[in-house]
Design a protein around this ligand. Sequence first.
Ligand code: AVJ
Length: 318
Amino acid sequence: MSEAHSRDAAAQQRGALIADALAGLSAPRKTLPCKWLYDAEGCSLFEAITRLPEYYPTRTEVKILAEQAPAIAAAVGPGRAVVEFGPGDGAKAALLLGGLEAPAAYVPVDIAPEWLEGAANRVVEAHPGLPVLPVVADFTLPFALPKRLGTAPRLGFFPGSTIGNFEPEGAIAFLRRAHATLGAGSRMLLGADLVKGRAVLEAAYDDAAGVTAAFDLNLLHRLNREAGADFDVAAFRHRAIWNETLERVEMHLVAERAQVVRLAGRSIRFAAGESIHTESSHKYRPERLAELAAAAGWRVAQRWTDPQALFSVWLLEG
Ligand code: AVJ
């Protein structure tokens, strides 16, 4: 990427952040898209979250991927190019690629260049000789795969239960679009967190050490840094709520007192106790996830879970 190109991309992202913030914060129920949680600071806070005792998803999924590696490799088959939506630090990809037979390439796709570089380097180190072709793109929107990928059959990889950050209709739209991007005959390895009791879920999203609170509040710091806002971050408090009806954990930033915030020349009013909904993390029952996949044109080939049924890994084909 040339410097001018990345400067343009940064300016474009800033414009999109401001537009999303103005739209989300002038709605009757204030909201911000969760993708903006992941700037460099957000990425490193999220990595700290994955190591928290309360945050079971990452370690459970990694355990499933490691223990089921031979079964996953057998079901996926040889010679596939792995396209990962949101690669994080690249650790899960390195693990997956280590088990697969003769993978053809690795294509990490992410909106955050900070993430991409680290993931690409990690996989290059673990798998020297494997072509690694990073794509800077918002995978919630349509994007093109690199031409150099050629005609190798593809395996989409969407771990971490990031699927849960979409509304159910958005998840179907994403899965359908991913199918179109990957092409006919492709497969998809998908991680999905499962419905469980409130206490476990709320602790996972509001840990005792306050790392998740810092991750959530960083969104306000980011708006101050990049959108010229003047949030008094100390006047907001992080809350995680299990919404039993919608089967999702919601993160909110609650205004502790009435206040007015300036953002891009506009005034945004908060009543005391009013919140910004910053993320939903939908949890799935296996039947529901199978329905979702089918609605998007995928067949379920296999499903793996841990002994406590905390988390699930799915192989889809279509
Ligand atoms: C982005 C899906 C991996 O929803 O569990 C973790 C993000 N937010 N703690 C999730 C998150 C708060 C996470 N994923």
